[in-house]
Design a protein around this ligand. Structure first.
Ligand SMILES: [Mg+2]
Length: 249
């Protein structure tokens, strides 16, 4: 094991909370790869660039995600509608049945191409047993349980808190308070690691939890700095220093 990756003697926070999508599970790059494959196989999305298509797809996903993460609509239902709207945006509007076909091809490719955020599973495995680990996520229980199993992290993560079961979504501090209750720790004993400034950093702080912003694409902070910033989980020792209880921000 390289010297910098050896377990350290840092005083870790007793409770480490992680976001799942785009912090542990690489949703964005999986999405990009699946859209690239869909454009290669089908003509309905040709025209706009891949990056523009990804950006529009992300916009539609966010716009329609609230209903899914709160359990109001099924993922399949919104997926087909998303492809109706995406093809319309691309200048090749399709009927519902065709949107369903595109959606299922996309879904198949997404499942085939999915991957972890580099370094995240190793970081979690190294923390396991040394701190309690919780995942706090805006999505459904079934989908997120399946992702953790796919990443082989289900044995290392102590608990999962989803917006679906809590009935509140990040940045609502209620979902973070639910995580503190599940983890049986006070806010001062916890740290939250997540890629979304608006959901993870703002939400955790509203619940009194220190936040580490995972900013792997190195985008400028939307508000004045004040959260520790992490651009990669590697080297692992550096990640642990950043979340350690000795480091205050
Ligand atoms: Mg995220």
């Amino acid at each position: 094991m390289p010297r910098q990756d050896r377990p350290s003697r840092l005083r870790l926070p007793p409770l480490v909370l992680f976001d799942l999508d785009d912090t542990i599970f690489d949703h964005t790059l999986t999405c990009r790869a699946a859209l690239a494959e869909l454009r290669r196989q089908e003509r309905d999305l040709t025209g706009p660039s891949l990056d523009d298509t990804l950006s529009e797809y992300g916009r539609l996903l966010n716009a329609m995600h609230t209903d899914v993460m709160l359990g109001r609509r099924t993922a399949d239902d919104v997926r087909a509608e998303r492809f109706e709207r995406l093809t319309e945006w691309a200048g090749h509007p399709v009927a519902r049945a065709r949107a369903e076909e595109l959606s299922s091809t996309y879904r198949r490719e997404y499942q085939r191409l999915r991957r972890a955020v580099p370094g995240a599973p190793e970081a979690i495995r190294r923390l396991a047993g040394r701190a309690k680990i919780g995942v706090v996520t805006n999505n459904t229980v079934a989908e997120q349980v399946e992702k953790l199993a796919f990443l082989r992290l289900d044995g290392d993560v102590d608990f999962l808190v989803t917006s679906e079961e809590v009935g509140r979504a990040k940045p609502d501090p209620a979902i973070f308070r639910a995580a503190l209750e599940r983890g049986k720790h006070a806010p001062r004993d916890a740290v939250m690691v997540g890629d979304s400034w608006a959901s993870d950093v703002v939400g955790a702080r509203a619940a009194g939890i220190r936040a580490v912003w995972f900013n792997r694409f190195e985008t400028p902070p939307p508000a004045k700095p004040g959260a520790a910033e992490l651009t990669s989980f590697r080297p692992l020792a550096q990640f642990e220093r950043l979340i350690s209880a000795d480091r205050r921000h």
